[in-house]
Design a protein around this ligand. Structure first.
Ligand SMILES: C[S@@+](CC[C@H](N)C(=O)[O-])C[C@H]1O[C@@H](n2cnc3c(N)ncnc32)[C@H](O)[C@@H]1O
Length: 647
């Protein structure tokens, strides 16, 4: 406890020193209603490494109203301060205790109350303060940087980042303008197959639970437990529930059981019915081998009649069913089991009405097959166990994060993300993060995105600066629906996008798997919150409250927004948004069709002076011919190496 007492003295002293600095820097700069906001963190005292960031826990917040003590905060004349040998300032009144007015607490948040500040903090990152792994002096003029357009006339900050090339424009408070989708764009048209494919992507990215135990519980197949009570498991599924595939009749009985019981789980039903079709074909073939003189149609009828006995259905009923099940089988042959398992009712409609059910559709499914599997394996790692129910062995292929895989529109096998950067960066690593991380070397324990509370009297209540609804992470208390899939819901579903190899030389890009309506968010731009990085691509933004310029750096940490390429006719834009008094940068759709690459306009500020040409291919392209700094004319055919991505 004595250490805690000492701690409070240290904190008291730190606050007094802060008062002194506040007095000399900020009040003098005209803050109308000064409040002191104090955030406490408990963190591991060990040095961070790139692999193991220091964990820190937010303990609490206090906001002190300083408006009553303005007079005591009036800057002291310089003569009252002495520069100490260590370079700090000795303020004459620094040891005086806080007055009761000064320490008047107008708000607090309990330690248990976690605010969503992008709470991960990261301490010294040797890889960050560098230009290609060399430490850079902060004063060096930055030449690289994806930047948001400045919101404020004058930006004051301890380490100002000079205006530089490669700045990315931010659309402030503008609702995205509708973008005309050109018919020649290669994207899926709203046919039945399109609906099927969108349905698959939505299920893959939805909250479907494919835990075999819970599914089988819902089937109540456990009533069929062996009498001796001993249950053997195969891939997590009780082996007595695995279909006996030996005979057609056994398969039929099993299929009937599952079909009747499977209202609770469409996926298992589809797997079994599809497998039944394969057994049916094998049965017809066996009959044809035995009596080749009889026509194949007669053998089919015989097999149907045989199955009718097991199903207890009329011939017509079974024929109607099998007409649809045959469709399932074809979809599975083309799109693989994942297409089937995650298809939902869209598959039934597609196979019943067969609109656009043709060779071209099957080819498109074939091209999507491995992409479905990437999403299924990474988002639902146990889904393949379900196939055990028909005795199918299927090995997990795609490990890790969904965006650790770069997919191909052509249907070629996906490749690891890392492999696509090794030629430029042999040490390439990328950690996918949902929340930005504070580089504590740059910001200490402070989150540079913090804004002055919208509601200082009740700092735990947050008002949306856009819609004025109250903001809360608890959906019950949240009234702000500006970007509902990102903020204000307890659980975010993965966003249906994939990292895709571009075919025109831009390296990787981001592709939309479902349509994104104009104005909807595609994701938050997350990364390492730092400042003063030079010669590298970063997003630079400003907190309007503090005028603090901060950078969001995505070289080692970030999310899929890192892969968004430029287009001179973009279908998305970056917008600044305040969520619970913290600045966020959000990638917002201007109207994106399914299958389209997501693009933004990097603007002149990014392209100017870059030794690169734009490969967007738009008729209105503004950067397809570029004058090199050296003065050499360059176009897309004679372009030097351009594709290093974010460096
Ligand atoms: C933020 S990254 C986008 C993702 C990048 N394509 C990758 O694979 O990592 C920006 C870089 O992508 C490339 N890029 C993006 N849009 C481009 C375009 N329209 N034309 C040419 N290169 C582009 C450039 O190399 C640029 O420096």
């Amino acid at each position: 406890m004595s250490e805690v007492v000492g701690l409070s003295e240290s904190i008291n002293q730190a606050i007094q020193e802060f008062f002194a600095r506040l007095s000399s820097e900020h009040v003098a700069n005209g803050i109308a209603k000064p409040v002191l906001r104090v955030e406490a963190f408990l963190q591991d005292g060990q040095d961070a490494t790139a692999e193991q960031p220091v964990i820190s826990h937010h303990l609490g917040s206090r906001i002190l109203d300083l408006s009553h003590v303005r007079s005591s905060l009036t800057p002291k004349p310089p003569s009252t301060q002495t520069v100490l040998t260590d370079g700090t300032h000795d303020v004459s009144d620094r040891q005086q205790p806080l007055t009761s007015e000064q320490s008047e607490v107008i708000s607090s948040s309990s330690p248990g109350h976690e605010r969503r500040y992008g709470s991960k903090h990261l301490r010294p990152l040797p890889s960050v303060r560098r230009d290609e792994d060399k430490v850079q002096p902060i004063s060096r003029k930055p030449t690289g940087g994806l930047r948001l357009a400045p919101a404020l006339k004058s930006l004051t900050q301890n380490d100002p980042v000079e205006d530089s090339q490669r700045q990315l424009a931010l659309d402030y408070h503008t609702f995205p303008k509708r973008r005309k989708i050109r018919p020649e764009t290669q994207c899926m048209q709203p046919s039945s197959l399109d609906k099927l494919v969108i349905g698959i992507w939505e299920q893959l990215h939805g909250s479907i639970n494919l835990d075999p135990h819970s599914i089988l519980d819902s089937y109540r197949l456990s009533l069929d437990q062996p009498k001796n009570g001993s249950i053997e498991f195969a891939n997590g599924i009780p082996s007595h529930l695995v279909a006996a595939n030996d005979t057609f009749s056994q398969m039929s009985v099993f299929c009937r059981k599952v079909t009747q019981a499977s209202r609770a789980c469409r996926s298992v039903e589809l797997i079994v019915q599809t497998r039944w079709m394969e057994h049916f074909d094998a049965r017809v073939e066996a009959l044809a081998c035995a009596t080749p003189e009889i026509s194949i149609n007669k053998h089919r009828k015989a097999a149907i009649m045989e199955a009718c006995q097991h199903f207890g259905w009329t011939e017509k009923e079974l024929r109607n069913k099998t007409a649809i099940w045959r469709g399932y089988q074809e979809v599975k042959e083309a799109g693989g089991w994942a297409a089937l398992v995650f298809s939902g009712m869209g598959l039934y409609r597609f196979c019943k009405y067969r609109v656009g059910f043709d060779k071209e559709a099957m080819q498109r499914l074939r091209n999507l097959r491995s992409r479905f599997e990437v999403a299924a394996d990474t988002l639902h790692p146990h889904w393949r166990h379900l196939l055990s129910i028909i005795g199918e062995r299927s090995d997990h292929i795609y490990e890790g994060h969904q965006h650790d895989w770069v997919v191909f529109e052509s249907g070629d096998d996906p490749i690891p993300l890392r492999a696509t950067y090794l030629q430029w960066d042999p040490q390439f690593t990328f950690e996918h993060i949902d929340e930005s991380i504070v580089d504590e070397t740059a910001w200490g324990c402070e989150d540079p995105r913090w804004l002055a509370p919208t509601n200082p009297g009740a700092p735990n209540k947050h008002i949306c600066r856009t819609c004025t609804g109250s903001q809360s992470d608890n959906p019950k208390d949240n009234d702000c629906h500006c970007f509902p899939n990102l903020f204000g819901s307890s659980k975010r579903n993965p966003v249906p996008v994939q990292v895709m190899r571009t075919h025109n030389g831009k390296n990787n890009g981001l592709v939309a798997l479902v349509p994104f309506e104009r104005g909807t968010s595609i994701g938050e731009f997350t990364g390492l919150l730092t400042h003063s990085l030079a010669n590298t691509d970063v997003m630079t933004a400003t907190s309007p409250s503090t005028n603090r310029i901060f950078q969001i750096y995505q070289k080692r940490y970030g999310n899929y927004t890192r892969f968004v390429n430029h287009s001179c006719n973009p279908n998305a834009q970056f917008q600044q948004f305040a969520w619970m008094d913290t600045v966020r940068v959000v990638l917002v759709s201007k109207g994106i069709a399914v299958g389209e690459e997501v693009t933004v306009d990097y603007t002149d500020r990014y392209w100017g002076g870059l030794d690169k040409v734009c490969l967007c291919g738009e008729p209105c392209c503004r950067y397809k011919t570029k004058r090199l700094r050296s003065g050499t004319e360059m176009n897309e055919h004679g372009a030097p190496q351009l594709l290093e991505g974010v460096h």
